[in-house]
Ligand binder design. Sequence first.
Ligand code: C2E
Ligand code: CA
Ligand code: CA
Length: 385
Amino acid sequence: FGFGNGNYAIRKVAEQLLFVIGHDYEIFKYGGDSFVVLSKKTYRKEDLHKFDASLVESALLSPRHFDIVINSVKWSLTASLGSAIFNPQGQSFESIINVIEQAVKRAKKSAPFGLCHISEDGFKEFDRYLDIKSKLEQAIESDELSIVLQPQVTHDGTVSSFEALVRWYSKELGPVSPGEFIPIAEESYAICEIGDIVLRKTLSVISNFVKSGLKTSIAINISARQIVVPDFINSLLSRVNQYGIPPHMLMLELTETALVVDIELVKETMLELARFGFRFSIDDFGTGYSSLAYLKVLPISELKIDKYFVDDIGKDFDGKAAQIVDAIIEMAKALNVTCIAEGVESEEQLKYLIGKGCEKFQGYYFSRPEPEAHWAGINENTKLP
Ligand code: C2E
Ligand code: CA
Ligand code: CA
């Protein structure tokens, strides 16, 4: 709507904040579309739990305040709020702003109207975040990343494929879990470099497997950010050609969240890759927001039931998790794709899943992810556990 209307909207928000907030706070404009709200109240350490940002929240997060009129049309604005408590003596302006920006970034994940409060520990957490972010660059350059392979088996335990999972043993930080560093890598191009490292290592494993007579496919995880890079298709193609691996031996795992980043672009990319023979698995199925109408038109060959649902099999008293599992298996059948369950840890879960018609399984019950050397000597008849 142009700068003029943008300024108008921001001024309206500012008025609203001033009106609701009163004397306990000061407000500053910070950046293009953000405000810093500073509480001037002092808290003793033991009273910290009494702090609440409810005033700010009610100003920002109640949608009725955010209707604004532009060119006689009413629009609704949304906002997210990150907050932190700090001792101004102990922290520099930069570190405070950094922590607040982290809080806002997290809050925005549950946008519209996200909230995130960072406690005192948040500052320590932020140091760790910076540590990982900077050391990750070195890790990529100095080859500290490796992969482990977790088998995927059929109903009788026959190993039919693997998932490659990245591992980072940092010289300075020790082992760092992908759950911690992948989201940080995803904030920058680092995720694409990691993706390429994992791809090369995986292709090298496939090539070694083939040499030893084992024709098995390996799944790799593709981040949302990777798939929208214009070069993605070509870089994949040139890598499989370089290693002489037919594309159908690679399964590309995309989360539902990755699908919806730019759904038209993602769809085109997937269709093109599928024409070359690459296959796709939808990871963490049931935890994202993918449209069922869309699933129908995407070239998917597998749905992966998230560990979250598998965990609850036999544990939940109302049977809801099990019903969701049933529904996903039925959906896989309707879409005519393979169904695989991840995070299978017990015989009870396995029996339930087999009973419902799930075709493939992955989890500690069969094997933890292990380095390539561990899998030397397996063949088409290897059964687990
Ligand atoms: P994911 O893709 O959902 O991977 C499954 C995770 O569950 C893995 O954790 C795996 O080790 C763990 N797991 C497998 N079976 C069991 C089980 O029976 N019980 C339990 N408790 N856990 C099980 P990991 O390796 O820590 O990876 C965590 C996440 O990090 C992955 O979730 C994936 O989102 C991301 N990730 C891992 N490697 C890569 C990668 O190469 N590229 C990208 N983009 N993301 C990766
Ligand atoms: Ca995965
Ligand atoms: Ca998963």
